[in-house]
Design a protein around this ligand. Structure first.
Ligand code: PMP
Ligand code: GLN
Length: 401
């Protein structure tokens, strides 16, 4: 049997081939599986261990009971598209036509996939910040595009604007911006976002802004890229009901932007999943219409968890960057004598009972060395779980080096 094809490029692009050529799962799946088999505290994959607001859960149950269990419309239910448009206007000042400029997807992941596959020709460049969410690398390779990365360096994780300028050229088709950023927790500053808009305009590129953590900026203001002058006509913005409302298994995402671009994304999306998550769509619409105070409450809850985790890691001798947003904090294992975080993260579940993600797994092979000793820990977990994880890390000193 042939063992080549786009899947192989995608797997290679995401670093999923073992040295002997076997396909491995994503680092998130692999680490969650290790947590299950060892009984370790899972501070790896970014999913909350609690459910979202009661109103959403009730609406999902009611939608199922009402019989909303068949295919929803290809672009998403009219009411959810309206709720997405209202939410963008309320929080970001961006006006959207819910019928032509909003598309509901199976999670932000499908929005990203359909966007890359629908808009990028083989050989074109996709510019991303690094480290990056693993799907960007895999999708770039699936599209036979070239991934060009701009590093966010430990510990401030601020982009160098000259490096960004050099990365964007006439070959660039997409600039994927992720703010707030996974895994670093950086909230990209206005000047960087303005530079992205300027470079995209100069080189005729499309901007894709992955804002799944938009409501989780603890320090600094999250700026929606599409709200900047000159951005809207060339920007696709991606959001996630799963991340916004702590229901990651529901897989309701969306992409918004100019009607012609949305049409291109829809053309691919309809042959990936066609539609999805029927009864969860009305539930996410309820969430998007919650009062502002509820979004703030959730953000403040997460901020307290961030503080708990960062303080605990530091008190165990681990140098830790304070994330400005999101679900994750990054610690440098070199500060306690481990230079290879990938090896450390494979040992931690079995030997100490904690799961973390090696940041190098979220990097291109050429740059993995720069992130070799960094570990990402998720703090979107109940306080009891975080505290148990930290208790277990007290035994770090017992690990052989
Ligand atoms: N983008 C980023 C930056 C993420 O961290 C994730 C993971 N939740 C996604 C996209 C995918 O989101 P979803 O679960 O809605 O597919
Ligand atoms: N976004 C989540 C993370 O970064 C995981 C999503 C996934 O497993 N694909 O941990």
């Amino acid at each position: 049997m042939r063992r080549d094809g786009p899947w192989l490029r995608a797997a290679q692009g995401a670093g999923l081939l073992s040295p002997s050529g076997e396909l491995q799962g994503t680092v998130f799946g692999e680490m969650s599986e290790l947590a299950r088999t060892t009984g370790a505290v899972n501070l790896g994959q970014g999913f909350p261990d609690y459910s979202g607001p009661r109103e959403l859960l009730d609406e999902a149950i009611e939608a199922i009971s009402r019989g909303e269990n068949q295919y929803p419309p290809p672009r998403g239910t009219a009411d959810l598209r309206l709720a997405i448009a209202e939410h963008q206007l309320r929080f970001r000042g961006v006006t959207l036509d819910p019928d032509r400029e909003v598309l509901v997807t199976v999670g932000a992941t499908e929005a990203l996939a359909a966007t890359v596959l629908g808009l990028v020709e083989p050989g074109e460049d996709i510019v991303v910040f690094e480290p990056h969410y693993d799907a960007y690398g895999a999708l770039a390779h699936l599209a036979d595009a070239r991934l060009v990365t701009v590093p966010l360096r430990w510990p401030a994780f601020r982009p160098d604007h000259d490096e960004l300028r050099r990365a964007v050229t006439d070959r660039t088709r997409l600039i994927i911006v992720n703010t707030p950023h996974n895994p670093t927790g950086a909230v990209l500053p206005r000047e960087t976002l303005e530079l992205v808009v300027e470079l995209a305009a100069r080189h005729g590129a499309i901007i894709v802004t992955d804002e799944v953590y938009e409501h989780l900026a603890f320090d600094g203001e999250h700026i929606a890229l599409a709200s900047l002058p000159g951005a809207a006509s060339r920007t696709l913005s991606i959001g996630s009901g799963g991340k916004t409302f702590s229901v990651t298994g529901w897989k309701v995402g969306w992409v918004t932007g100019p009607a012609t671009l949305i049409e291109a994304v829809l053309a691919v999306k309809q042959y990936l999943s066609y539609v999805g998550s029927g009864p969860f769509q009305p539930a996410v619409a309820v969430g998007l219409r919650l009062p502002e105070a509820r979004f703030e409450e959730e953000r403040d809850r997460l901020r307290a968890k961030r503080d708990l985790l960062v303080t605990a890691l530091r008190s165990r001798g681990l140098e830790t960057a304070t994330p400005s947003a999101g679900y994750f904090a990054i610690a440098d294992a070199a500060s306690i004598g481990y230079t290879d975080a990938t090896e450390l993260c494979r040992r931690l579940p079995g030997e100490i009972g904690v799961v973390g993600i090696p940041v190098a797994a979220l990097c291109t092979p050429e740059r993995q060395g720069d992130y070799r000793s960094l570990v990402r820990f998720a703090f979107c977990k109940s306080d009891a779980v975080l505290e148990e994880g930290m208790r277990r890390l007290d035994r770090l000193g017992e690990l052989s080096r």
